[in-house]
Design a protein around this ligand. Structure first.
Ligand SMILES: [Fe+2]
Ligand SMILES: [Fe+2]
Length: 188
């Protein structure tokens, strides 16, 4: 095992700290991408759904996603994090996912929301486990947003997500896509 004390960098940080900085970059980059994509999913659903009470529900979730996205846009600027190069892809893919599932019906739109939010819930929890006490503010942001994602998941469940046609196949596909998007957006 290498002696860490001999590896101090120019500014006095240990190599492990550099990894921590990279970890924070990745967290902010991927969360920004995810919240950006979430707004686009709900915009896609709103473009298709017609029932006034479902529109109201989706508008409510979208308005919370807009707050989430704005916060990570601020963090990207404040902490000089490079955003993912994939933003234009999530612009299109998010909208297509929202509109596409809504075309299958209200329940399919809700199944999409349930699947995405389940993945985000897990993902935010993993980040909370990774972050140390020196990142209390960021942790608070993630905790608050995670609670709202769980609320979205529960709204989708209460609104009949499980009755969607091809529920198992649909939610499995949406979860795989969401995990791939997370993997890519944290890295590129
Ligand atoms: Fe969100
Ligand atoms: Fe959400």
């Amino acid at each position: 095992m290498k002696k860490r004390s001999q590896q101090l960098t120019g500014d006095g940080r240990l190599p492990g700290d550099l990894d921590a900085a990279e970890m924070i970059d990745r967290i902010i980059r991927v969360d920004h991408a995810g919240e950006y994509g979430a707004v686009r999913i709900y915009e896609g659903q709103l473009a298709v759904l017609k029932d006034p009470d479902v529109l109201e529900t989706v508008e409510h979730m979208k308005s919370q996603e807009e707050v989430h996205r704005q916060k990570f846009e601020d963090l990207i600027r404040q902490r000089r994090v490079r955003p993912t190069v994939l933003t234009p892809l999530w612009h299109i893919a998010g909208f297509a996912l929202g509109a596409g599932t809504a075309l299958l019906g209200r329940e399919a739109a809700m199944a999409c929301t349930e699947a995405v939010e389940e993945v985000i819930d897990e993902h935010y929890q993993q980040q909370l486990d990774q972050l140390g006490d020196d990142e209390i503010e960021l942790k608070k942001v993630i905790e608050t947003f995670r609670a709202e994602e769980i609320e979205h998941r529960d709204i989708a469940r209460a609104d009949g997500a499980a009755n969607a046609p091809g529920y198992e196949l649909l939610t499995t596909a949406v979860k795989s896509g969401s995990r791939l998007a997370i993997w890519l957006s944290s890295r590129i």
